[in-house]
Design a protein around this ligand. Structure first.
Ligand code: MLT
Length: 395
């Protein structure tokens, strides 16, 4: 008899955000007249920037005329898109060959797909609390997953110790959910660790555009990363493409294991398993990386940063400890004394109609914490902040 992938038995019943959306839907049906304040999943609320919209309109026009029509596009990315991403890195002093950049349909898709490059025996190390897809995708692929715990004691930035073991290592900076950002010196420790063990870092840079000040946006700002890291990024949070789906993955040509070149393997993988990403979307992506596009997306990022400040001010007034919110769109708050994160979730939903994300959903060590997203509408965020402050101050 055909055997299904039994690794699915090792997963929780439902994916974190899918489970939350079902709870919220049930609440909405039961209380159709109550407004909901969405500070849960990191989904953007600002429309796409004009530069991207115009480029995508033009690309649709291209598809309407025989002279400009495009059928299949190159599987690894339109050369202009790969060049545009490489140009974005060059602005920060990271020199990439455009052939080291691969187009993708977004970071979450890619974080699972990339596991194809590694033997099943490669164990994964995840710093936790963590974006749950790292763990779930690894479990689905039948990998052993171990955890390195982050907490207030290490500012949510764990570092390798002498007993740390890893083949594949997931790092996310700025971190989802905690908002913590590794410094250059700290990332150097991880790069040195990976190079010394032959491990590969899967670096999730989805929130890099929120960094303020002199902190690394990319693992490739760290010397030695080109022989031990793959960077996965997306335009979802950078440019509001959550519903549009576009991203990129950087695999250096210098990255080899056991005589096999991972860049060449990914070319083999993509040319087999995909027929590329829509011409129209890639044209939108190219426009994002123009000077004007970058100026426009920064305005949206500032909008979300204002929301984060409003939420942080409410927590300050309520005397609640929190992390993040400055270099990341997420605020990672401590739940009120003794309250479990899912109980806090229920309380916020039922009493003040705020949807957040329970820390426990990001791993056991997230218990006692709660994540607020700053990606909502500004007016709604102001109302939510007032309600939250009032609830937290209630005796
Ligand atoms: C999150 O809320 O953690 C993210 O929006 C989820 C995602 O990017 O898939």
């Amino acid at each position: 008899m055909l055997k299904p992938n039994v690794n699915y038995r090792n997963l929780k019943d439902s994916y974190l955000f899918f489970g939350i959306s079902k709870k919220v839907e049930a609440y909405r049906k039961a209380h159709p007249d109550l407004p909901l304040y969405r500070l849960g999943i990191g989904d953007v609320s600002r429309p796409l920037c004009d530069a991207a919209i115009q480029a995508m309109h033009d690309a649709v026009e291209d598809q309407s005329r025989a002279e400009t029509f495009h059928g299949y596009v190159p599987e690894c990315g339109i050369p202009e898109y790969r060049k545009a991403v490489a140009g974005y890195y060059a602005c920060r002093g990271v020199q990439l060959d455009p052939e080291e950049v691969f187009v993708s349909s977004g970071a979450s898709d890619e974080l699972g797909d990339i596991l194809d490059l590694f033997d099943k025996s490669a164990d994964a190390l995840v710093t936790q609390p963590a974006y749950p897809a790292y763990v779930d995708a690894s479990i689905m692929a039948g990998r052993k997953v171990s955890f390195l715990t982050a907490g207030p004691d290490n500012d949510f930035l764990p570092l390798p110790g002498k007993d740390t073991q890893a083949d594949l290592l997931y790092l996310c900076s700025p971190n989802n959910p905690t908002g913590a950002v590794y410094s250059r010196e700290q990332l150097q420790q991880w790069v040195d660790f990976a190079n010394s063990r032959g491990a590969v870092i899967l670096f999730d840079a989805a929130y890099e555009a929120f960094i303020e000040g002199d902190l690394p946006h990319s693992i490739f700002e760290i010397p030695g990363a080109e022989t031990c890291a793959i960077e996965i990024c997306s335009l979802s949070k950078t440019a509001g493409f959550t519903g549009t789906r576009l991203g990129y993955t950087v695999i250096p040509k210098a990255l080899e294991r056991d005589g096999m070149n991972l860049n060449a393997m990914w070319v083999r993988n993509r040319t087999t398993k995909t027929n590329g990403i829509s011409y129209i979307l890639q044209k939108g992506g190219i426009a994002v990386f123009t000077d004007e596009g970058l100026r426009q997306i920064r305005e949206n990022i500032q909008y979300y940063k204002r929301n984060a400040r409003v939420l942080m001010a409410a927590l300050d007034k309520a005397g609640i400890r929190y992390w993040g919110g400055k270099n990341a769109p997420y605020i990672w708050m401590a739940c009120p004394e003794g309250v479990k994160s899912w109980d806090f979730f229920d309380r916020l939903l039922n009493e003040i109609q705020i949807i957040g994300t329970p820390g426990e959903g990001f791993g056991a060590c997230g218990e006692g914490f709660f994540r607020l997203s700053s990606f909502g509408d500004a007016k709604d965020t102001e109302i939510a902040a007032e309600r939250l402050q009032e609830l937290l101050l209630r005796k």
